[in-house]
Design a protein around this ligand. Structure first.
Ligand SMILES: Cc1cc2nc3c(=O)[nH]c(=O)nc-3n(C[C@H](O)[C@H](O)[C@H](O)COP(=O)(O)OP(=O)(O)OC[C@H]3O[C@@H](n4cnc5c(N)ncnc54)[C@H](O)[C@@H]3O)c2cc1C
Length: 458
């Protein structure tokens, strides 16, 4: 054989592992390199540990709701090391399963960093060995962005470190207004920390539907998290045992933990892609076509490093489609339309398809259906949290363009709503489905009145 491998995958995260496994099972000689832990962001320091922490945090609301349902709970206490260590045990178990599965599929694993030398060569940086491959797949994901030049930035942490804290901070200052910021606000607040979110914008959750953004602002504050909008950090310093944060407003905030959740960069720095002639966009993402091929014929890229849609199922689908296209003789472009997404905040969000603003940009007539209510579950507990549901419809064809929910179980509901939206179901067909009573989800098929004009939820 002309090359050491048919395929060399850099990065054993969601996308890389899937691509390596499918290509190897199809008969290709495959190697994969991982510089940190097999499983990648999702398994090790993203979706999976985060969701466990969200589950852990939810108990505080249940405890608060319990007296209304007749329960006397007594004094409940929470032990961070127990939750942290149990989550880490599960993470280690899952990472082990990933490693076993790629080995069983016949993939050779190198547990070290790899860099690109040229269009067909990679270098393993620890051992220094150079290996050749007919194709190289870049699946290096992304990494948290830190504010450059901020004095004292080293006193802050990112989501990477948040899972491993020695102790639960009494006070947390979260910088950012996106989904990772709101999820950690929910986690820390639920576990008992005093949480403040600092965001430079005037609204949370850029990219989500405007009504949802407004709803979340109200509900996050109602939950007890302090929101400070239109402000940034100008300095962090150590004062006694605390971190003192100076805000752009001049205010000084003493806290025990500063968590930066201001976005993620595609992880291409120092990877050597320039040596091979691979083109990157302004944010450092590998530019690829619908088959995930870069401008260099033998180099492909999938998942977060392409910055197309930074979600685990997308990276997995990208990886599978890549392997099918090249090793199973099944050319498969990836369809990134109508991908559902969630925010595991308080309340959680589930969203699929176009928001109202984007729909109005692309369609001549857009019909909006919206409802806001206090779910049954909260009525006798005294919990004031409200649910918002919104449906965006193409007024011409009657087809659903988007469904957006903020409320208990929204992520679970939206997975199924996404099937209907993706299938091109009309509002008439959607409404012909019988309601399932008593649920919150039934309200989704009972929204009959169009909202006359854009506005905020009732
Ligand atoms: C806090 C947080 C919560 C998230 N929650 C969700 C969620 O709820 N749902 C969801 O769908 N998505 C979520 N995501 C996003 C999700 O984790 C990513 O979209 C997904 O992991 C992308 O997969 P990937 O294969 O592209 O990259 P990754 O999973 O990031 O894998 C890339 C791997 O490459 C390795 N690597 C990088 N460079 C090299 C190199 N040069 N040599 C060797 N190895 C290298 C890295 O160590 C890493 O293991 C979350 C992300 C974060 C940070």
């Amino acid at each position: 054989m002309k090359y050491d491998y048919d395929l060399f995958v850099i990065g054993a995260g969601s996308g890389g592992v899937r691509a390596a496994r499918i290509a190897s099972l199809a008969g290709a000689k495959v190697a994969i390199a991982e510089e940190y832990r097999i499983g990648g962001t999702c398994v090790v320091r993203g979706c999976v540990p985060k969701k466990f922490l969200v589950y852990g945090a939810e108990f505080s609301q249940m405890l608060a709701d319990a007296p209304g349902y007749g329960w006397t709970v007594g004094s409940a206490t929470f032990d961070w090391p127990t939750l942290r260590d149990n989550v880490q045990k599960e993470v280690a178990r899952l990472s082990g399963i990933y490693a076993t599965n790629i080995a069983k599929a016949g993939v050779t694993t190198f547990e070290e960093r790899a860099e690109v030398v040229d269009a067909h060569t990679v270098r393993l940086t620890k051992s220094g060995s150079e290996l050749t491959a007919e194709r190289i797949l870049i699946a290096t994901g992304g990494r948290p962005y830190l504010p450059e030049g901020l004095p004292g930035v080293e006193l802050g942490i990112t989501s990477n470190e948040a899972f491993l804290l020695d102790k639960l901070p009494e006070r947390v200052l979260i910088v950012g207004g996106g989904y990772v910021a709101l999820e950690f606000a929910n986690i820390f607040h639920g576990l008992g920390s005093k949480v403040r979110v600092l965001h430079r914008g005037d609204k949370l959750l850029r990219g989500f539907d405007e009504d949802l953004r407004a709803h979340m602002h109200i509900e996050v504050e109602r939950s007890g998290v302090q929101l400070t909008m239109k402000a940034t950090l100008t300095k962090l310093e150590k004062v006694g045992g605390a971190i003192r944060a100076t805000l752009s407003t001049g205010e000084k905030v003493d806290t025990d933990c500063v968590l930066f959740a201001i976005g993620r960069d595609p992880y291409t720095a120092g990877l050597g892609l320039d040596r091979a002639g691979v083109k990157l966009d302004d944010e450092g993402a590998v530019i690829v076509d619908e088959f995930s091929r870069s401008c260099v014929e033998s180099i492909y890229a999938i998942g977060d490093v392409t910055n197309r849609m930074n979600l685990t199922p997308v990276a997995i689908r990208d990886g599978h489609a890549f392997a099918n296209s090249l090793y199973n003789n099944l050319p498969t472009p990836v369809d990134h339309a109508f991908v559902p997404s969630a925010v595991f905040g308080r309340p959680p969000i589930g969203s699929v398809g176009l928001n109202e603003v984007d729909a109005r940009r692309s369609y001549e007539r857009v019909d909006i259906y919206r409802t806001s209510f206090r779910p049954m579950r909260n009525m006798i507990s005294g919990n004031q949290e409200r649910t918002l549901m919104k449906i965006v419809v193409d007024g011409g064809s009657g087809k659903l363009l988007g469904v957006h929910i903020a409320g208990e179980d929204a992520p679970e509901m939206i997975q199924l709503a996404a099937v209907a939206v993706k299938a091109g179901v009309t509002k008439k067909q959607w409404d012909s489905t019988m309601a399932l009573h008593p649920t919150a989800a039934e309200e989704l098929v009972l929204m009959r009145e169009k909202i006359a004009s854009p506005g905020s939820p009732a």
